[in-house]
Design a binder for this molecule. Sequence first.
Ligand code: C5P
Length: 228
Amino acid sequence: PRFVALVPAAGSGSRMRADCPKQYLLLHGKPVLWHSLKVLHTEPRISHIVLVLTEGDPWFARFDWSDLPRLQVLYCGGASRAETVRNGLANIASNTPDDPWILVHDAARPCLSRSDLTHLIDQLHADAVGGLLAVPVPETVKRATLDGHVAQTVPRQDLWLAQTPQMFRLRPLLAAHQGVLDTITDEASAMERQGDSPRLITGSRNNLKITYPEDLALAALLLPAADP
Ligand code: C5P
């Protein structure tokens, strides 16, 4: 089967309190987004990368993307991450008769390692459903009351943090994105709603999502200094 990457990058990144969306902040002199795309681009099994931006995105054109020739850019981002993904999937589906694997990867995860990406594909390419990179929750988790007291300590032995890439077949994934999308924050939950049970592939904590200002400094430390 073929493998296509889909990168939703239509978020505004309000938690970042920055002047531009977080995917365009600089990391080692390149936009965060460039790093997230670069690692996908180094995987030879991925035929091309579909990037979904907000209509009228003024930032993308300010940078040089010429070292990523397998990049295809769409300006059809939605109001939520799930809507952006659905729009991207619909575009891919209308241009291909087959049912490739889709690897959905956050624009804001620049520290994905090549080895985690390779491992994900190796583990899932023959799977019936697909799955995602994830790591066990390392800290003690509390459920809180509305007034900020502990209501319950949640056992963490069976809790995982979902990362990306998340890898599913195009047509089931698109079908899973046809209903209400308000509460969906990753592709796996869309599949779960359809009754599927995605596989968890152990990744690494370095694959962090840039969300808060301090995450950028951490990502700069974690990124390999010279990635050939
Ligand atoms: O905001 P959050 O960190 O959850 O965003 C995760 C990813 O989803 C980012 O790559 C962001 O650009 C993308 N996104 C999107 N369309 C939206 C909201 C978020 O493509 N409407």
